[in-house]
Design a protein around this ligand. Structure first.
Ligand code: F0G
Length: 460
């Protein structure tokens, strides 16, 4: 029998109880958390969709692998297995583990970027943007305009706008562009995929101007799945073949392995073949992350990561994974709740600008909806919009994000379809009282990455 949505290709062996607090207690908790969902205790959350990062459930194989951790300071067997596995999957000669994605960015960005330089990306994730700026450079986003229209179907809304890319390179001069960064999938645009054609074209432009192309590979497997299911000529290729081709177009990648490699902690740097660059990466990794053969991780973590890389590219797993997003999206379609359409790979991005049109960007509609979901049903999500984007580093003025999303990030192999029904029902209830929802004002904020720690209050 063929079901509409591909069911879990696993059964559940261990469970973690969750509880729902009363509405009265939830209202108190969110006030005590200064209306910042990052300050909530996870125990006080019923369904946690704050992030799909590091929140996945490891498999029996991964847990068994944890027992095989070789905790030698140098040259552990798990390191060897990880390097060999990653070399095979990505086709890159040099693999450096680090403790998470931003650690990879911290090591790599200053090698390519400094004051007066620019990084151009289909869209920088917030920590990527932060590391570009910490290196002294400026981050420019260059996503296709299709991404801005959340209602119209387009198969690859994560793509780089290649015409604009050329204009930007000419404007800022090629010698000042330290990196071109392709984020796959494009998290900030809604977990939207990048096509093979676009990767190839971007790579040709990068080559022409002699600018290195870096892949931000956090969700590489989900991106490969979309290429297989949406791009002509790839229907019959395996995920493995697609991944190899995708990475062949870049010279280097940084990866948060906490997403598609289904581990709770870990990251990677991959270098295609530039030995000199690898030497530089090693030199920086040792003081920042630890010796080359562990890079901020325990031997057991390296083992789990090597296994997770393989599990993350399994076609049956990916069918179920993307099927979960499609199921949740179908419930929202029925209720007329706007989201970035078609649904992305790791999350449903609710279009809060459309759902709460009375809240202007500087009062953070995406954040307001996130607070409301907690109040409604103990669901934790986050803003991907002007609240997350923050202020202009030069003028200190609030930037206006092209999107005001509330992101419902789905952890891997964690929640069932019934949990997704709870989420859909909560959104439907909120939609009914949308016009009563208020915007937010920031009472305190740090200079960068403010959404983690800012304190807010609702505007009366
Ligand atoms: N790049 C992308 C595209 C990401 O989505 C993230 C993290 C990182 C880099 C940084 O990786 O967290 O391992 O240091 N994204 C998480 C999220 C936090 O919720 O989207 P990290």
């Amino acid at each position: 029998m063929k079901s509409k949505y591909y069911a879990e290709p696993f059964k559940i062996k261990m469970v973690e109880p969750i509880k729902i607090l009363s509405e009265e207690v939830r209202l108190k908790k969110i006030e005590e958390a200064h209306y910042n969902l990052f300050y909530l205790d996870s125990e006080d959350i019923y369904i946690d969709l704050l992030s799909d990062s590091g929140t996945g459930a490891m498999s029996t194989e991964q847990w068994a692998g944890m027992m095989k951790g070789d905790e030698a300071y140098s040259g552990s067997k798990n390191y060897k297995k990880l390097v060999e596995t990653a070399q095979k999957i990505f086709g890159y000669k040099y693999i450096q583990p680090v403790h998470q994605g931003r650690a990879a960015e911290k090591v790599v960005m200053p090698i390519f970027l400094g004051p007066g330089k620019y990084a151009i990306s289909n869209m920088h994730f917030d920590t990527t943007r932060a590391h570009v700026e910490i290196a002294g450079a400026r981050a420019i986003d260059c996503v296709v305009s299709d991404a801005l229209d959340t209602e119209t179907y387009s198969p690859f809304k994560g793509n780089m706008d290649t015409k604009k890319l050329i204009e930007l390179i000419e404007k800022y001069r090629p010698e000042n562009i330290g990196l071109i960064i392709m984020t796959i999938t494009n998290n900030s645009a809604g977990g939207q995929p990048v096509s093979m054609e676009n990767l190839k074209e971007t790579s040709e432009i990068a080559k022409k101007y002699n600018i290195p192309l870096l892949i931000d590979a956090a969700r590489f497997a989900e991106n490969a799945y979309f290429i297989k299911t949406r791009e002509k000529g790839y229907e019959d290729k395996s995920i493995r073949e697609i991944v190899l081709e995708m990475f062949s177009y870049a010279q280097i990648f940084t990866m948060s392995s906490k997403k598609d490699a289904i581990v709770n902690m870990g990251g990677l740097i991959g270098i295609k073949d530039d030995e000199e660059l690898y030497e530089e990466v090693k030199l920086k990794t040792i003081p920042l992350e630890g010796f080359v053969s562990y890079g901020g991780l325990a031997g057991r973590d390296l083992e789990a990561l090597a296994i997770g890389l393989e599990e993350g590219i399994d076609i049956n797993y990916l069918r179920y994974r993307i099927g979960q997003m499609e199921y949740l999206a179908s419930r929202l379609d029925e209720a007329g709740i706007p989201y970035q359409y078609p649904v992305g790979g790791h999350a449903v991005f609710i279009d809060a600008k459309k759902l709460l049109p009375h809240i202007p960007y500087y009062e953070f509609p995406g954040h307001a909806l996130a607070v409301e979901l907690y109040k409604e049903a103990g669901i934790r999500t986050c803003d991907i919009g002007s609240y997350m984007l923050g202020n202009d580093p030069d003028t200190g003025e609030q930037l206006q994000s092209p999107f005001e999303f509330t992101r419902l990030a789905i952890p891997r192999r964690v929640y069932t379809q019934s949990h997704l029904d709870v989420v859909a029902d909560a959104l439907i209830a909120i939609k009914e009282r949308a016009e009563t929802i208020k915007g937010y004002k920031i009472l305190w904020e740090p200079k960068i990455l403010r959404h983690f720690t800012a304190k807010l209050k609702p505007i009366e």
